[in-house]
Design a protein. Structure first.
Length: 346
């Protein structure tokens, strides 16, 4: 497995189901990002900065009445640093992500970014020394092969040095996204989704604002439709897409979350085909089918017979708790602290 050490109680079956549903919806939200970037009236840097500004406004409007400041004060110092670092990594990932589509096709950019499962497994092995199941390695290899088919068939732009540069940005985005997933998985054990999302939006906005001011011309959209597109982009791709992904990471393995990205390019390529008139040939359809098969195999390997093992896990938890209740109370307060961790924001 590629999970970091679990510090809290194991998730219940219903929590895992909610996480999987959130992951499914996030695929559509994140997969549609390329379309918003292509339709924007400003360049990718300004578009991303304005997206984070709009997302910060919307998240802040929702959080303020719910006294989120109390939760923020409860965050430990080391987690504040990790929150900021994860946000910086996310900002660099999104910047490489959005600029890549300016130099290469939507299909190429989307599918190359799906190398992130390779990086997740690699980083998890390097950092956590986790052993990876053979079926997962096979599934990732099949996914890479499927992505190769899609890239080979995505010839809507003639190969050039700029085309290769766009592909390189997409691959860089995949590596950064893997790091971000592992960091966020660690943070979600203690910090609510809303706090992570607000920090993420604010840090990326501050990070990109000076760059956008110096390099983007124009900086702001010229029409009401342009502003509406920015707010729609923030709602769909940031709040629903990345927000639900962040929520899901409390119960979902980062490697599985990165493999879910195999479905995002299907969304992106289909929308590009319908909206941007980017062609898809038979080789790309074959590559997409191969990658979907790889995702299914990876999910099966990750569940490892989810039904019986999940039930067994919950029963073992209950038995363990019952056994602890029969033991004499210990003077060590650690179990109570662990059990009373920060409440999740759902």
């Amino acid at each position: 497995m590629t999970k970091a050490p679990q510090t809290g109680p194991l998730p219940t079956r219903s929590e895992r189901l909610r996480g999987q549903l959130a992951l499914a919806v996030s695929i559509v939200g994140i997969g549609s990002a390329f379309i918003f970037v292509r339709r924007s009236e400003v360049d990718p840097t300004a578009t991303l900065m304005l997206r984070m500004l709009a997302a910060s406004m919307m998240i802040g409007a929702v959080l303020a009445p719910r006294s989120a400041a109390v939760r923020v004060r409860d965050i430990r110092g080391r987690d504040v640093g990790l929150l900021v670092l994860a946000s910086v990594v996310s900002g660099l990932d999104l910047l490489a992500n959005q600029w890549s589509v300016s130099y290469t096709s939507v299909a190429n950019a989307a599918f190359l970014m799906n190398a992130s499962p390779v990086f997740v497994l690699l980083f998890a092995w390097l950092v956590y020394r986790e052993r990876v199941a053979l079926m997962k390695l096979v599934a990732v290899a099949v996914a890479v092969a499927g992505g190769t088919f899609v890239v080979a068939g995505g010839g809507d732009r003639a190969p050039s040095s700029l085309h290769a540069f766009g592909d390189g940005l997409a691959l860089t985005s995949a590596a950064l996204y893997a790091v971000f997933l592992l960091m966020t998985k660690h943070l979600r054990e203690r910090i609510p989704t809303s706090v992570i999302m607000l920090t993420n939006s604010l840090v990326i906005m501050v990070m990109l604002a000076p760059v956008a001011v110096l390099t983007s011309e124009p900086l702001l959209p010229k029409s009401a439709a342009g502003y509406a597109l920015i707010f729609g982009y923030a709602l769909v791709s940031q709040l629903l897409g990345h927000g639900l992904m962040t929520y899901a990471l409390r119960t979902v393995d980062p490697a599985l979350a990165s493999m879910s990205g195999l479905l995002r390019p299907v969304v992106a390529a289909a929308l590009a085909w319908l909206i941007l008139d980017e062609g898809m040939d038979s080789l790309q359809f074959l590559g997409g089918a191969v990658m979907l098969l790889a995702f299914y195999c990876f999910q099966r390997a990750d569940s490892g017979g989810a039904g019986p093992s999940s039930a067994t896990t919950e029963e073992e938890q209950q038995l363990s708790l019952a056994e602890q209740s029969r033991r004499p109370r210990s003077s060590d307060p650690t179990p109570q602290v662990t059990a009373d961790g920060p409440a999740d924001d759902g």
